[in-house]
Write a protein that binds this ligand. Structure first.
Ligand code: XUL
Length: 460
């Protein structure tokens, strides 16, 4: 069965045609907003703003990105007519505001990079405190929809009053494809601070606090694996997409967030596996069978689009910190990735170092530089390198211990080339480590979810 997976990310839109039985991508296309849609003046996917905390995007660009990527896929000769289902994902937390005519009632949508809502976060904290995380899976967060909607309602009350529907970008794109109002999935929906993860329903009390009449403006909820309520009826592809060679009427699986989609795209949607993505920031995510929150408050809990829940923790001092230590040690990448680990024993004789070059969020820590339990400046490069790598990974292990143990850890991202890092992960997590090419993992996750929906439909 061929499924189409669409990934609407910060800087562009990607699409893959995926052979679900063979587990491979048979065709793909991409659009970059800066290069391909320059008329939106958003070279990095958002409108330049003098205030670095404000990150807004014209939502029309996302629709054009979707249409252009489908046109490119069709023109590349992809077998569009054989596609049996469509699915996808979007950058998390971006919100789209529609009036009663279906037009945008807010011309610029806040995206996940926006952090201009300190005031609203403080108000949510003051009103709900720790209960917000116990109910929604995350403490009050600047980029999450609750704070963003609260700010919009305060600053633009008339536009807010004209708004009849507030979608996440994911549910908005499902709606565009279906030509009708589509549900929010619990994977992306959990990134709003509005969804009660115990009831899998909107939390009326939080919604009432955030903005007047909010509950009525939120979409219905798709709860994976549950038939009859949020799980049905399925959305179907609207006739206008025949233009791209697709068959109108094929199922459209509710889009989810990019991180939940990646969990599925990496094949880690079942508990017992974790994914570590080593990039600018290091990200850890894993499926969880039941709803549980991080007692220390660092890990977010989202719905798992394949059923159950997932957790995600983000560590800001990732690759850039490793590179800085490498440069300060005056060594090349081969030495950093491999040689240093042959020269030092696992555990490094108890010497550990934690890099805080950026203000860290997991755990919360100011940017104070290296914190080591030994004389950092006097130590040899190989000792410093192992100390920092083991420091990063042991911190990750400690902060994710509440989720459980893992048999397999998939490692993706640039630093997954490092044999030293991989063996440290294996030692510290006590797990088998496998590397994974996750370049298209979100789009593939969307396609796999579409294939699951189509298969479920066939068997019922
Ligand atoms: C997750 C988050 C980012 C975006 C990026 O909470 O904000 O990972 O989803 O696309």
């Amino acid at each position: 069965m061929l499924a189409l997976g669409i990934d609407s990310s910060t800087q562009g839109t990607k699409a893959v045609v995926y052979d679900a039985a063979g587990g491979r991508v048979v065709a793909s296309a991409a659009v970059n907003y800066g290069r391909d849609l320059p008329e939106f003046g958003s070279p990095d996917g958002f409108l330049p703003n003098a205030d670095a905390r404000v990150r807004l995007t014209n939502p029309e660009m996302w629709v054009r990105g979707l249409e252009l990527v489908l046109a490119r896929l069709r023109d590349s000769g992809a077998p569009m007519g054989e596609v049996a289902a469509v699915g996808g994902d979007a950058q998390q937390h971006a919100t789209v505001y529609l009036d009663s005519e279906g037009a945008f009632s807010r011309s610029a949508s806040p995206i996940w990079m926006d952090s201009s809502t300190e005031r609203e976060v403080a108000a949510l904290d003051a009103r709900f405190g720790a209960a917000l995380q116990e109910r929604t899976g995350s403490p009050a967060i600047e980029r999450f929809a609750a704070a963003q909607i609260m700010k919009f309602a305060r600053e633009e009350p008339e536009a807010y009053a004209r708004t009849v529907r507030i979608h996440l970008l994911s549910s908005f794109l499902t709606s565009v494809l279906a030509g009708e109002d589509a549900p929010v999935d619990t994977g992306d929906g959990a990134g709003m601070n509005l969804l009660n993860l115990r009831t899998l329903d909107w939390d009326g009390e939080i919604c009432d606090f955030v903005a007047p009449g909010l509950l009525k403006k939120l979409p219905r909820i798709h709860r994976p694996g549950r038939r009859g309520d949020g799980g049905a009826p399925l959305c179907r592809l609207a006739p206008r997409f025949a233009e791209f060679g697709l068959r109108p009427g094929i199922p459209v699986a509710p889009f989810t967030g990019d991180n939940p989609a990646s969990l599925v795209g990496c094949g880690a949607e079942k508990p017992g596996c974790a994914v570590i993505s080593l990039g600018t920031s290091d990200t850890f995510f894993a499926a969880m069978p039941e709803f549980r929150t991080d007692p220390a408050g660092f890990g977010h809990v989202f719905g798992n689009p394949a059923g159950g829940f997932m957790s995600l923790a983000c560590f800001k001092n990732g690759s850039l910190a490793r590179d800085r230590v490498r440069r300060e040690c005056g060594v090349d990448w081969k030495f950093f990735d491999e040689t240093a680990f042959g020269m030092t024993p696992p555990g490094n004789g108890g010497r550990r170092a934690f890099p805080y070059f950026e203000t860290e969020i997991t755990p919360k820590h100011e940017a104070t530089g290296i914190e080591a339990n030994f004389d950092w400046n006097a130590a040899r490069p190989e000792v410093r390198i192992r100390a920092v790598v083991e420091g990063q990974i042991s911190n990750m292990r400690e902060r994710t211990r509440w989720i459980g143990d893992f048999r397999t850890v998939y490692v993706t991202g640039g630093a997954s080339r490092s044999r030293g890092i991989l063996s440290s992960i294996s030692d510290i997590f006590g797990a088998e480590v496998k590397t994974l090419d996750a370049t298209d993992s979100a789009a593939v996750g969307g396609a796999r979810l579409a294939a699951m929906v189509a298969a479920g439909e066939k068997s019922s």
